[in-house]
Design a protein around this ligand. Sequence first.
Ligand code: ADP
Ligand code: MG
Ligand code: MG
Length: 885
Amino acid sequence: MGKWVYTFGDGTAEGDASQRNLLGGKGANLAEMASLGLPVPPGMTITTEVCTYFYEHEQSYPPELEAEVNAALDQIAASTGRTFGDPKLPLLVSVRSGARISMPGMMDTVLNLGLNDETVLALAENAGDDRFAYDSYRRFIQMYGDVVMGVEHKSFEDKLEAMKEERGVDLDTDLSADDWKVLIEDYKAVVLAESGKPFPQDPKDQLWGAIGAVFGSWRTERAVVYRRLHQIPERWGTAVNVQAMVFGNMGETSATGVAFTRNPSTGENQLYGEFLINAQGEDVVAGIRTPQDITERARIEAGSDKPSLERSLPDAFAQFKDVCDTLERHYRDVQDLEFTIERGKLWMLQTRSGKRTAKAALKIAVDMVDEGLITEAEAIKRIEPASLDQLLHPMIDPSAKPDQFAKALPASPGAASGEVCFTSAEAERLAASGRPCVLCRIETSPEDIAGMHAADGIFTTRGGMTSHAAVVARGMGKPCVSGAGGVKIDYAKGTITAGGVTLKKGDKITIDGGTGEVFVGEVPMLKPELSGDFERLMGWADAKRRMKVRTNADTPHDAKTAREFGAEGIGLCRTEHMFFDPERIMPMREMILADDTASRRAALDKLLPMQREDFTQLFEVMAGLPVTIRLLDPPLHEFIPHTDKEIEEVAKALGADPEKLKNRASALAEFNPMLGHRGVRLAITYPEIAEMQSRAIFEAAIAAAQKTGAPVVPEVMVPLVGLKSELEFVKKRIDATARAVSEETGQTFTYQVGTMVELPRAALNADKIAEEAEFFSFGTNDLTQTTFGISRDDAGVFLGSYLKESIIDVDPFVSLDTEGVGELIKIGAEKGRQVRPDIKLGICGEHGGDPNSIKFCETVNLDYVSCSPFRVPIARLAAAQAALG
Ligand code: ADP
Ligand code: MG
Ligand code: MG
């Protein structure tokens, strides 16, 4: 029999921050804050185990729960001097959901619970403020009706709008107590009409209704989708927090707000946040009124004429600043805070580690090392490797002179161009067909998450820096511009209008989330600057990692980019890409379609100088760093001409009969090219291809070494080997070619011959293959295909269902299947080392840039990972994290 309820408040708590699995993130941190002696309204956390119980017992509760909740309510009553349901001194509470990690899609918070026609009178009298009491009551009916009873939010909004219109006012705060009284009756009628039930008057019924709604919300479509997107297990469950209310809507000395202890966008060490006077709950993030800045400094920077908290409530501000310092020092990380001020007194309602942009994360980590708050190793661990992507991506070219469409809040940095679209579904559709898009919304809500994911950028006309759109976009690392007040979106017409310019759905737009600017059309972009904090942190990471990071690059341009990003060599240069060039495809086709060795050699002779030049340039860029070059790998039919005209051209060049050529071309067609005549099999049937390629490699190595002065040690890699004898056959030719080149040029050079391990047979026989191979590169794209027996190109149809049905957790082509493919790598690495202890081992599939796969590579002691140029920094950081354990 468990303990189901944990209380907190008055300087103590039954739980603490380490219990987030049991208490949820919100509950655990409320407990921790209470224990730290911070002003937290007393309350209780009903544990996530109750959620599990609830779903395992046909949505019922453990029998002891009611008594435990009542006991906790008594404790809150003792602390506040108010009693739940009491007609004279009623205790009001909030009911808040809280999973282990904060999760949009869960039930919204219900505030002011415990109010009814009777207790509202007492609330008014105790506070000496009718307006406040009725404002709270109407909020309660609205929230409870919406989130617990399923009444449409809009039905209430419509009544409110009608009332404001009737009274001729703009703001909720301009309505009087009497207006609210009228509206409350309207609201009750709405509830009855839409839900078929009267609004519950018994506070206990209200409480259990809200608790049930929180647990029920764990399984809503929205929540399920979110969990799937973020790989959160279904079994975690949510906790429920029931907490004494404090009121930010008790007049001009009351307020509610949200803040970050440092700027979450830039990382600057400045308290940063927004608040509203005489407001409650989510008014600040809902964007109903424009929030005010917390600090005077931020107010001045924003050019706002609305007073800062620092000026308007200086005592509360000073208390708040102290709390921020305490919490940041305690958690040793930036905190994202929610607070309320009730008649000048500060109350803390939430703290959690603040979501931040990659740029901010870097600055904060580096600053905190300088401040002595964290170590270099901790700083490294705190950066999500994949988030570096945000920094490596383009910015708007400052020399461009684009047409400004609008300017609003810089909600999440980075620039993005794409088609204007207005719905989440549209964004998903466009993204699926590879068309960049910018999701334009009046505001966003949790239903838009999938679309925000799919879009390249997000643009909203409502909401501040802490609006849903802004917070979620920053979390996702998506560029976002928000709060463009002057811009009108017409969903029905599919248009967005600003300053007399109207853009339609499908028109191109560019947003700059770093400046808040929005431009018409596509704007030229520039590569980012990789100095400062980035350089320092990457320097620490480089010092801590064991594995080297190489790049997959086929061109000097890619190689150069990768070196700028810190690549320490090329792990995979695919030579076939070099043959698709229009001026090269002809001799390539001649070579393939030649029906005797002599004409094949003639065609290869034309290709030799081109390959040599490619490799020379590549070696020059890499200036002595290791370069692995893979011999021709793909099925030859990928190069063959298809149209009659193309065939005739080749026939002419070869001096051959077009008919005969056509036959030869169709003879090359294969049922299953992926498992066909490719890889080492090409080198066995046409050794002269391997000979030409190795000659080009060696001659280029000599040429580049002479030019740069740095000796080049090329690594010649034979693909798709399954048998030692295959490699032996090819290696003999490569060695002979090396000897020939050496004799012809009078130059000596060193080189290595190795293989890609991409067939299960190769991994299982790695000991034998290692007798020939001086290095292995695990080609995990093919190894995944051949281990699963799944063709990657055909997998899209069914892998989606596998993911949806939780048959697999992640796409094995994205993140290495450590159990299966990983096991083969492990065997391959061990067997290879048994025979050749100094064998060089690396990985060159797409997995080489995936942090989880990199973690695995560390556990099997690979020497390096190789990934695409833009992922090199990610791999450097991930390798450091892997080494730190
Ligand atoms: P979310 O997880 O969506 O942030 P919260 O449970 O934090 O939801 O509640 C949202 C807001 O409701 C809080 O930021 C705070 O302003 C208000 N709120 C919650 N509980 C209380 C309370 N006990 N007293 C006053 N306001 C509260
Ligand atoms: Mg919420
Ligand atoms: Mg909150």
